[in-house]
Design a protein around this ligand. Structure first.
Ligand SMILES: CC(C)(COP(=O)(O)OP(=O)(O)OC[C@H]1O[C@@H](n2cnc3c(N)ncnc32)[C@H](O)[C@@H]1OP(=O)(O)O)[C@@H](O)C(=O)NCCC(=O)NCCS
Length: 178
């Protein structure tokens, strides 16, 4: 396994194509998707962790970003991970776990975030818990079409970094979710 962190703007054409193919394999379009596109508008990652195997085959990916946000009235630099995906034929081999660990380390050590945040389906919460994440009990505010909205689409999980994990009542991501 080889992990590489690249700025999202620095991907070459081959990497962009490989990422698109991985995304299509991990999230095959549903027949209803054309009629009912995703109800949520998502932020794009600023960095991408690319996990490759033999012959440079892209097997897994984790997206990373930072966002200045508000916990009640205090300002925080929040680290984000999203777009976690592994090719269906390569699952259960620890690729995503390695990428998620690397992302949390990069956010804490290199990007100096106060804490990190991800959103996931409820069924994946035990998985992220094993990787050191915990459920955020408060409300999470995001923007959709510019309007502040409480995020209820997925579960919200947080992880301590320079500061402890947030205990505030409301966390405002001040932008699109990731
Ligand atoms: C979730 C996902 C990224 C895991 O990738 P991976 O490289 O196989 O992950 P790891 O090998 O590090 O860990 C595998 C573990 O993930 C957990 N897991 C994966 N899918 C799960 C699911 N649908 N429900 C519950 N747990 C799940 C299990 O604990 C699994 O362990 P097991 O193989 O012993 O059952 C991969 O299944 C995937 O791409 N799924 C589709 C996209 C997705 O849902 N991404 C997550 C968005 S938050």
């Amino acid at each position: 396994m080889r992990l590489e962190i690249k700025a999202a703007t620095q991907l070459n054409d081959d990497e962009t194509d490989a990422l698109r193919a991985l995304s299509l394999a991990a999230y095959p379009p549903k027949p209803s998707a054309a009629k009912n596109p995703s109800p949520i508008k998502w932020a794009r990652p600023q960095w991408r962790i690319l996990i490759r195997e033999a012959e440079d085959q892209l097997v897994s990916h984790v997206g990373v970003l930072t966002r200045p946000g508000l916990g009640d009235d205090s300002e925080f630099l929040i680290g984000g991970i999203g777009g976690v995906m592994t090719h269906p034929t390569q699952r259960g081999r620890g690729y995503a776990s390695a990428g998620i660990r690397q992302a949390a380390d990069f956010l804490r050590r290199k990007l100096g975030v106060d804490f990190s945040l991800l959103v996931c389906r409820a069924e994946l919460m035990p998985y992220y818990q094993r990787l050191g994440w915990s459920a955020f009990a408060g409300d999470t505010l995001v923007r959709q079409d510019g309007a502040p909205t409480i995020f209820t689409f997925n579960e919200v999980m947080v992880r301590a970094a320079a500061k402890a994990k947030p205990q505030c009542a409301t966390l405002d991501l001040c932008g699109l979710p990731w």
